[in-house]
Design a protein around this ligand. Structure first.
Ligand code: ADP
Length: 320
């Protein structure tokens, strides 16, 4: 193999830059040429290609987002769109692709590979940590730390004013951020889409705390577990407590990536290059119990990523 391509796709995640840097520098170390494809699959179809060299990735390891930009592409969901993408890759002489993105991006790559024989390795990059076959995806740790920072600040005002705060965090289908940030932030209650909780249980717990003299509470809600506005209003109506709602939104995915995200991004990116050089493809890289592993993409996408229910139970016990 002489030339490979790299792109970031789907939602941006802090640490994607560290992965791009690792892919570019590891490839150059082995004498390969590397092409950066801008704006994910959209740029792949439009031919937004640029040669990458050692200095193209200088000074980016500490920056959030992705220097290659990212996008969502409806055209890539069609066989015609993917055909154009495959044609552009052939025209550029790109023999393998590294795709940094979430499960949607992996499904797109899987189709491109099945239909047009494009060789690829997927590197999991999403703050949601909802990709099977990996304990962590790039960006999750930074997002959790961003949420914990916000909870710390909210706690100061919650304590001072003796208020109940409902804090909405990202996660339409996954409670991973809510769970880890809720545990680390000492939230009294965590609401996630994976575990249905009756709102009466939440208010009863608030009452029990109130009777013991606990006058402030933090409830962390993942987007997919219900509307923070409605939950906050229901709590206020049922308890009469001064209840405020904070929706953290996009600040969760920004900022400098944590050391953990930079480390796994560097290791996973480098491994993706090794796999392509070794003649392997149609796989994703994952990290399991601290060890890098590779998984066939068809297998990986047929699996489910579940949250660890024992962590949820522990968070409930500790937040008495
Ligand atoms: P993420 O990779 O973060 O999960 P998306 O689900 O938005 O983000 O997927 C990113 C892009 O991947 C989409 O805009 C689309 O171009 C492509 N894609 C997603 N799912 C499929 C699919 N089933 N078939 C083909 N392409 C897909």
């Amino acid at each position: 193999m002489k030339k490979l391509g790299v792109l970031t796709s789907g939602g941006d995640a802090p640490g994607m830059n560290a992965a791009i840097r690792a892919i570019v520098r590891k490839s150059i170390f082995h004498g390969l040429e590397v092409v950066g494809i801008e704006r994910g699959y959209s740029g792949l179809i439009a031919g937004e290609f640029r040669e990458m060299n050692l200095s193209s990735v200088a000074d980016i390891i500490h920056r959030g987002g992705t220097v290659l930009r990212t996008a969502r592409s409806e055209t890539f969901r069609t066989p015609e769109g993917r055909g154009k993408a495959a044609q552009n890759l052939r025209a550029q002489g790109i023999e393998g692709l590294v795709i940094i993105g979430g499960d949607g991006s992996f499904r797109g790559a899987q189709a491109l590979s099945h239909e047009f024989g494009v060789r690829f390795i997927g590197v999991p990059g999403t703050i949601d940590n909802d990709i099977p076959c990996t304990d962590y995806s790039i960006g999750f740790d930074t997002a959790v730390n961003n949420v914990v920072d916000a909870i710390n600040k909210i706690r100061d005002t919650a304590t001072s004013h003796e208020r109940t705060y409902v804090v909405e965090v990202m996660g339409r289908n996954s409670g991973a951020i809510a769970l880890d940030a809720g545990l680390a932030g000492g939230a009294e209650t965590i609401l996630i889409p994976e575990i249905k909780v009756n709102l009466d249980e939440v208010t009863e717990k608030l009452w029990r705390g109130y009777q013991r003299g606990k006058l402030h509470s933090i409830i962390v809600v993942a987007e997919g577990a219900g509307s923070a506005m409605e939950i906050g209003k229901a709590i206020k109506d049922k308890t009469g407590f001064d209840t405020k709602i904070t929706i953290l939104g996009h600040i969760q995915r920004g900022g400098t990536p944590t050391a953990f995200d930079r480390t796994i991004a560097s290791r996973m990116g480098a491994m993706a290059v090794d796999l392509l050089m070794d003649g392997q493809d149609n796989k994703m890289v994952g990290i399991i119990s601290g060890q890098l592993k590779d998984f066939d993409i068809d297998y990986a996408l047929s699996q489910e990523k579940n949250i660890d229910k024992s962590v949820y139970e522990l968070a409930s016990i500790l937040a008495i």
